[in-house]
Design a protein around this ligand. Structure first.
Ligand code: ATP
Ligand code: MG
Length: 239
């Protein structure tokens, strides 16, 4: 039987909200406006995934698919420092790929699939930051939404399969709608029903004062809808 592990976000409050952390064999999505901490959370997970955790979790390698060119090795160094880890070892354990368009993003998942097959059990976390950015650009026309959602659906079902077959956590970031006049609609994640249904756990992030951020859990299959506060620090996500 596969061991179902959970990865720490760096914040005890956020881990508790998630019932322990970001779960293996499922897709966790965070969404929210710019600077709310999606990329910082992704970076923190790159480090915590490499550390031993509860239930005999021994840590493992990470795959990072970067669509917005916001991956920062220097950030990883200061997060590694917080946890007293060797910064070069931490960087060596991250397989990094930059995606240039949505088709490339999809092709990268083929390579990821091969890699996970070749090095069974080595990788524990796959991050895509962000899932929709390239789709949004590639399918920007009015008549293209159907095609976009079709391709998105294919990608999400592949991610789900990958997470289950190789027992890894899939962590994706997402943006919110910015083309609506109503403030209510402007807090909605993009990607429509396809993404909503594909993500096992959805977390809405909002900005507070200074480094304070709020995380709200949405449509989790087995956890209460609640919200917590966390901080963005030089050592990554913290309480
Ligand atoms: P976007 O939608 O633009 O991609 P995001 O949700 O990914 O935004 P992040 O880049 O994760 O946002 O978060 C940016 C925030 O993190 C900023 O408020 C910034 O001040 C903070 N931040 C970045 N680096 C550090 C650091 N070294 N120490 C403390 N805070 C930092
Ligand atoms: Mg970002």
């Amino acid at each position: 039987r596969k061991q179902l592990f959970k990865l720490s976000t760096g914040s005890k409050a956020l881990d508790k909200l998630l019932g322990g952390g970001v779960e293996a064999m499922s897709i966790t999505e965070v969404f929210g406006e710019f600077r709310c901490g999606k990329t910082q959370l992704s970076h923190t997970l790159c480090v915590t995934a490499q550390m031993p955790g509860p239930n005999g979790y021994i840590g493992g390698k990470v795959i990072f698919i970067d669509t917005e060119h916001t991956f920062r090795p220097n950030r990883l160094k200061s997060i590694a420092e917080r946890y007293n880890l060797n910064e070069n070892a931490v960087l060596d354990n991250i397989l990094y790929a930059r995606a240039y368009n949505s088709e490339h993003q999809s092709e990268l998942l083929n390579i990821v699939g091969c890699k996970l097959h070749e090095e069974a059990g080595v990788f524990k976390l796959l991050i895509i930051d962000s899932i929709m950015a390239l789709f949004r650009v590639d399918y920007s026309g009015r008549g293209e939404i159907f095609d976009r959602q079709h391709k998105l659906g294919q990608m999400m079902s592949r991610l789900q399969k990958i997470s289950e077959e190789y027992n890894i956590a899939v962590f994706i970031t997402n943006q919110i709608a910015s083309d609506f006049k109503s403030p209510e609609l402007a807090t909605r994640p993009i990607g429509g029903n396809i993404l909503a249904h594909a993500s096992t756990t959805r977390i809405a992030l909002t900005k507070g004062e200074g480094a304070i951020r709020t995380a709200k859990l949405l449509d989790s299959p087995d956890l209460e809808e609640a919200e917590v506060h966390f901080l963005i620090t030089s050592g990554g996500i913290d309480d």
